[in-house]
Design a protein. Structure first.
Length: 127
């Protein structure tokens, strides 16, 4: 099972702000020293395409995405780390509720949804 961790991924971003966050891809595996337990280790994401997509409606096609980041140059692929960077142009969308999804494509063609959640774009001073 693939697990994604991020300490600073935000579900609220101010319109026209920049934002970056580190994603870590981990895998839960059987502990070789104790088969009744599991341990979490980083996954080598060399060759992976990591997609961060923001949509108005979760079921809209990716072609209608308001923000689409395709990450292929990873921060530390051997440790399963990549960085999503959103520019002020990326976040220059209406203040509203949106949905983000993160999915991967591996070099062998596997495509897998890793995470999805809500995202709020806010106007500064309109909290």
């Amino acid at each position: 099972m693939i697990i994604i961790e991020s300490e600073n991924i935000s579900d609220e971003i101010y319109r026209k702000d920049t934002q970056s966050f580190l994603l870590e891809f981990l895998e839960e595996i059987e502990d070789p020293e104790n088969p009744k337990k599991t341990i979490v280790e980083p996954i080598d994401i060399t060759g992976w395409e990591v997609y961060y997509i923001v949509k108005r409606n979760l079921y809209d096609p990716d072609a209608d995405a308001l923000i689409e980041k395709v990450l292929t140059n990873h921060f530390d692929a051997l440790k399963g780390q990549t960085i999503v960077e959103l520019s002020s142009d990326d976040t220059d969308i209406d203040d509203d509720y949106y949905h983000y999804i993160i999915y991967i494509k591996t070099p062998i063609g596997e495509q897998k949804l890793i995470a999805q959640d809500n995202l709020i774009i806010k106007l500064r001073g309109k909290e």
